[in-house]
Design a protein around this ligand. Sequence first.
Ligand SMILES: [Fe+2]
Length: 241
Amino acid sequence: MTKKPGPPRRADVGAIASLLKRLDSILAGSRQEMVPRLRALASEVDQMVPYYDGHMIRVTFYAMAIGLRMKLPQEDLLTLEIAALLHDFGKVGVEAVTLDKEESLSDDESAEVRHHAERGYHIVSGFPKLERVAHIIRDHHERYDGSGYPGRKQGHDISLLSRIIAVADAYDAMTTSRPYRRRMTHLQAVAELVRHAGRQFDPGVVEHFINSEDVAGMAAKPPAGRPGGRRPAAAGHRRAV
Ligand SMILES: [Fe+2]
């Protein structure tokens, strides 16, 4: 039977408390300074999670490229940017040994990793200004066909901004190396997104991602992340990240 993930370890409670204090001060400050300060906070979270190396910043870049391509209203773009910057906040507290593991995860380990979406939701929903952001974070691992988590939501029951982050997150996961598999090229990752459009991903969002000039520009650059890994990534079979 799968064990329910336990509370964060003591060291993580301290780290989370300090991040929350910073988040509180950012939200109390000026709106103009909010995004740059959130970027700095996201970079710090990236450094606290093994193998992340700028994951939240890159996911934000891809998500914003999609949002701009879709011509989302300014308010939605701001919400998207904040949600993307904080989308994996709940990973702080997941055991490093689990995230770094080369072998397949046990049911318990898998449940612990998956719990990050709900943990992120609970952390961020403590801030009234971030109520919408919290819901987007909770749903960023839902899948278009209803096979995702935590709520097994389907299609447009998943908010558009969560569907955008799901595509951006998957692309970054596939094009960066992880201990358990090697990275894909831009074209291989795009082929995976297309292959899983309509199942894992919203096909409309995938189309906007592929047609984004910002993303085409990124494709010319070498992929990020450290070298290594053993197997090529695959969108549909990638670990719950
Ligand atoms: Fe995630």
